[in-house]
Design a binder for this molecule. Structure first.
Ligand code: NAP
Length: 473
């Protein structure tokens, strides 16, 4: 069964395999065992068995809003169309055959694992696997580079070193400093990127402070940063979609916090990478991955359609301005909140702006959206903004939030929490929108790499219009 699945070496299936590996990681399954079981059903089933009483696994099929849940370490599939996990108890209609498994694995979008009081939300897949005839032609085999790539200063007999901005302990912006560190390892399905620019995101500051230390394992010296744009320096032996010299960009979230993008090189699974749109500078390309994927995946979750009224609570920042542009591109009427200084910026993106300080904001939303209120709302900052968003929604409306804590279910509304997933497939869709002239990230300021601390102070101020980016020499 596992071998059959492996006949489909598409990034989407790899993502599922990674997700399953994550599930198994939480179950503390032997890494060797997991590495040999590179298939979603098998690994999740294995994880379910290993987790025993402590875990609950949820496979979410967003297209059908059905869920498969496990308890007592047995994976019980509520909707047997989703996937059969080997070694697990199967739902009402019994086992699925190989073709059904591969067909339905495309539909699994998210895997959540709760274990030992922690919740893990995996990368999943969305969209169909391309039919064989639609797949991009396989690139001819390239001569494989020998040994380590040339990464900055290489010392005889030692590992390749590179320049990076690191922290040696959790702390404020002053904890960031330059250092020569070992270049990141490149796994079989990894791409080594020579960074030209690195995006700065609010999450970088949270990681710097140790705010994600409980959620991700980490190692010091720790290179921050999850957004990269640059050229491919080297690929692992299993990589077929990229080759040295390709211009790429990627949301490089790794499950182990150590090898980020604030440095000369970063390595990342090939499934997270896409070719850079030609029309974007390195800085613009590095501004797009995390924020663009968040905006795109949140709008997908909301199912925003042309003709709908969408309220975006927080429209001028990194995620917000891209969400406005994407929703306008879908044909929605967008009402977006910001302070008055950003209203012309929002108008330029095609939105009707409102001031989030206005105590009568829900009434203003109704004036613009019609008496019933907005069909859908995207909440980027939580707190009062989330309450204003609920108050501006029509009865039965949908709200998706990216802000913590996740929204509680609320009677009369559909609520979602979105945690961005790395996805080369989704990035490719964004790149097409850029190429077609429908999307362009706004870069407010570019800082040289060594001024990363200034960029952190700036983003912690909370009022960046668009994105901040580090240029990498
Ligand atoms: N769940 C996820 O996967 C995920 C992914 C990405 C980001 N996030 C989180 O989402 C939030 C937004 O991320 P970001 O990258 O867009 O941040 P950002 O670029 O730093 O946002 C800056 C913008 O936020 C606006 N703003 C600040 N407070 C606001 C409020 N109360 N209401 C409306 N607008 C407000 C500011 O507009 P004004 O200057 O006009 O006030 C500014 O333009 C962050 O907390 C981030 O950590 C979560």
């Amino acid at each position: 069964m596992v071998r059959e699945v492996l006949r489909y070496p598409h990034p989407a299936l790899k993502q599922v395999a990674h997700a399953a590996r994550d599930a198994a990681e939480i179950a503390r399954v032997s890494a060797d065992l997991v590495d040999t079981m590179d298939a979603f059903g098998h690994c999740v089933g294995l994880a379910a068995t290993q987790l025993g009483e402590r875990a609950r696994i949820v496979v979410v099929d967003v297209s059908g809003h059905r869920k498969a849940t496990s308890s007592n370490g047995r994976l019980v599939l509520v909707d047997p169309r989703i996937v059969r996990a080997e070694g697990a108890e199967v739902g009402r209609e019994g086992c699925l055959s190989i073709p059904e498994l591969t067909a339905n694995v495309r539909r699994a979008t998210t895997i959540e694992v709760e274990a030992d009081g922690r919740r893990f939300r995996s990368e999943g897949v969305r969209g169909a696997l391309p039919a064989a005839r639609d797949r991009p032609p396989r690139r001819p085999a390239l001569p494989r580079p020998r040994g380590l790539p040339h990464c900055g200063r290489v010392q005889a007999g030692k590992s390749a070193l590179m320049r990076a901005i690191v922290i040696d302990e959790w702390g404020g912006p002053e904890a960031l400093h330059e250092a020569d560190v070992e270049a990141p390892p490149v796994g079989p399905d990894f791409v080594l990127i020579r960074n030209r620019a690195a995006g700065v995101n609010p999450v970088d500051t949270k990681i710097r402070e140790g705010g994600l230390a409980g959620a991700f394992p980490s190692g010091f010296p720790l290179i921050l940063g999850w957004d990269a744009a640059g050229t491919v320096e080297k690929v692992g032996p299993a990589v077929t979609m990229f080759r040295p010299g390709d211009e790429v960009f990627a949301y490089c979230r790794r499950h182990h916090l150590q090898y980020g993008t604030y440095g000369e090189f970063t390595s990342v699974p090939d499934a997270f990478v896409a070719h850079k749109p030609e029309g974007l500078s390195w800085e613009e390309a590095a501004a797009l991955p995390l924020a663009g994927l968040t905006a795109h995946q949140a709008l997908e979750t909301l199912g925003v359609r042309g003709g709908e009224e969408l309220l975006i609570s927080g429209g001028a920042g990194g995620v917000g301005h891209l969400a406005v542009a994407l929703a306008v591109g879908r044909g929605a009427h967008v009402i977006a909140t910001a302070s008055p200084a950003n209203h012309d910026f929002l108008r330029g993106l095609g939105a009707d702006p409102l001031d989030y300080h206005d105590p009568d904001l829900p009434a203003r939303v109704r004036e613009l959206a019609g008496d019933g209120g907005a069909d859908a709302a995207l909440d980027l900052f939580g707190g009062d903004g989330r309450e204003q968003a609920f108050a501006g929604l029509r009865r039965g409306g949908r709200l998706a939030s990216i802000a913590s804590p996740p929204p509680e279910p609320r009677e009369g509304y559909e609520t979602h929490y979105v945690f961005v997933r790395p996805s080369g497939v989704d990035l490719g869709e964004l790149a097409e929108l850029v190429d077609d002239g429908h999307l362009k990230p706004r870069v407010e300021e570019v800082f040289p790499l060594e001024r990363a601390a200034d960029a952190h102070e700036r983003i912690e101020g909370g009022h960046v219009r668009g994105k901040l980016v580090l240029s990498v020499p």
